[in-house]
Design a protein around this ligand. Structure first.
Ligand SMILES: [Mg+2]
Length: 124
């Protein structure tokens, strides 16, 4: 990756937009919390949500392996994509739960990815 490519990627990250996704997720999350977690403390709700992120990742990989033929049951692309969407939604709800800004976290992580260097297989 040359300096110009990195500069372009940095520019794209600078202009990153999540649109209204965080607000929509926040509204849905507060509705879920109100309707399904009454009596739970905020910490219990956060703990449940943290586990949900991993649970959804597990459901995604289950559907992915079915789709790739690594399981007894045949896979379905729509089911796999639905589980992948669950991973993103669960992660966004977790940001909301932590009262943290997903935009800033994602932007910061993308900057790290761009700047940490790439595997150069020619040198191996
Ligand atoms: Mg799911």
């Amino acid at each position: 990756m040359d300096a110009l490519e990195n500069e372009v990627l940095e520019w794209l990250v600078e202009d990153l937009s999540l649109g209204d996704l965080p607000d929509v997720i926040g509204t849905i999350a507060s509705t879920i919390k109100y309707n399904s977690c009454q009596g739970a403390t905020d910490q219990e709700w956060r703990d449940a949500q943290a586990m949900c992120v991993v649970e959804e990742a597990g459901e995604f990989i289950g559907e992915y392996r079915r789709l790739r033929g690594f399981a007894r049951r045949a896979g379905d692309k729509d089911a796999m994509l639905s589980e992948l969407a669950d991973v993103v939604i669960a992660a966004m709800v977790m940001f909301w739960n932590l009262d943290e800004d997903p935009h800033a976290a994602i932007q910061g992580k993308l900057r790290k990815i761009i700047n940490r260097g790439w595997v150069n297989k020619d040198e191996q």
